[in-house]
Design a protein around this ligand. Structure first.
Ligand code: ATR
Length: 284
């Protein structure tokens, strides 16, 4: 039951209809008997400041941030964790007496799952990343920190990819190149890549018939990862599997980042296995 003692957390972004964070968190709180509630709050870009100022005045202990606010929220924060600052994107925020501090749990959440699920060592691999938004920033910076051999960033808006590539190279000794989204370049560089990662929203529910990389361009030597978890087997992953590629679904990153947020907000170890089980009950 929600009462005056209920600690509020939530998710701000738009759209949120695909998100299973409210389910995963609320169901976990219920099973653990915690007096907490996780609210989905759809926020348009122009309303971000107003909503943030409202949250400061309410009994929120924190919240998650998703598309499209992970970068644009930074100026409204009072403090930022050094890793999130370097990444330039925030997906988890703590709120204490109106004081907001931002963290990023996306990069470590994704890369640790990639390493464990595929048994790979990132340090000798060439990565091709689709997208250069908040999630891409987190993943690319974390891969560079793991000494990735080379990172190619493909983005619809090339300026964003160039900016991210130059930031990564200013922090790490890693070759990172921005590339235009065209099939000829993609085909040539897929041949050189070991792992292809989709960080764009292309293929996200309800647009499940879309894919960021055409079937003909995929090749069996690749490991293909998608950070989308709804649907779990995106068109990209279905086609990659058909081509004989190793595939990595978005579930691992999703549970990892959610578990890290739980630990940050409650200052308790996260019930990782329970959160994973709860999510799997809902996934298609
Ligand atoms: P997130 O925080 O989840 O990464 P984001 O910062 O809004 O979300 O980034 C979304 C990414 O998906 C961006 O790289 C975006 O490309 P632009 O930088 O050109 O906007 C990419 N993206 C979204 N819709 C896309 C589409 N239809 N085709 C190609 N790329 C798309």
């Amino acid at each position: 039951m929600i009462d005056l003692q209920t600690k509020l957390v939530g998710l701000i972004g738009k759209p949120l209809e695909h998100s299973l964070s409210p389910w995963m968190h609320n169901e976990t709180y219920t099973r653990l008997g915690l007096n907490m509630a996780y609210l989905p709050i759809e926020v348009l870009e122009n309303d971000l400041e107003t909503v943030i100022n409202g949250i400061r005045k309410m009994n929120f202990i924190g919240f998650n941030v998703t598309i499209p606010h992970k970068i644009s929220i930074i100026p409204y924060l009072d403090d930022i964790d050094p890793l999130a600052k370097q990444i330039g994107s925030v997906n988890t925020i703590t709120c204490c007496n109106g004081f907001l501090k931002g963290y990023n749990t996306d990069g470590e959440g994704f890369v640790s799952y990639l390493e464990t699920s595929q048994g790979i060592n990132c340090s000798d691999k060439v990565f091709l990343i689709m997208g250069s938004g908040g999630a891409s920033r987190a993943i690319a910076m974390t891969l560079a920190a793991r000494k990735a051999k080379k990172i190619y960033l493909f983005n619809r808006t090339i300026e964003k990819a160039k900016q991210l590539a130059s930031e990564i190279m200013s922090y790490y000794d890693c070759i990172c190149q921005a590339k235009n989204l065209d099939d000829t370049t993609l085909k040539a560089l897929i041949k050189k890549a070991d792992v292809l990662i989709n960080t764009t929203s292309v293929g996200l529910y309800p647009n499940i018939d879309q894919t960021p990389v055409k079937y003909d361009l995929l090749s069996s030597h690749l490991i293909v990862a998608d950070i989308i978890y709804n649907p779990l087997h995106t068109r990209l992953l279905q086609e990659a599997k058909e081509k004989g590629c190793g595939i990595v679904t978005g579930e691992g990153m999703f549970v990892n980042q959610g578990a890290k947020a739980f630990a940050i907000w409650t200052k308790q170890p996260a019930p990782y296995s329970m959160m994973k089980r709860v999510l799997e009950e809902k996934l298609i």
